[in-house]
Design a protein around this ligand. Sequence first.
Ligand code: SF4
Length: 107
Amino acid sequence: MAIDPQFHENREKEGEENGVAVWGPVDEPEELGIRGTHVAVDYDLCIADGACLEDCPVDVFTWVDTPGHPESDKKAEPTKEAQCIDCMLCVDVCPVDAIDVDAGRTA
Ligand code: SF4
């Protein structure tokens, strides 16, 4: 399974965390939804591989702790998504296809 690139149409925006949009459903700690809009990470798929943090040329991602989540106890948050230059490296390197980038997508 990969992140749904139409999540902004298929899910409800439930709020923000650390300035990053939260797209539900959310039922913590097991279900965390998708985070971000231009740069979106499906937290329920993310396994904390870390390739996105290592490869992003403009340091968009930050680790956040997610204790109790079945896939991993930390996630790559697109905290600085406004800096994204749409290089698509993070999309290419994510081993579980948890990231989608679309400059035209708005909340
Ligand atoms: S598309 Fe490129 S610049 Fe944007 S978050 Fe991904 S790796 Fe960073």
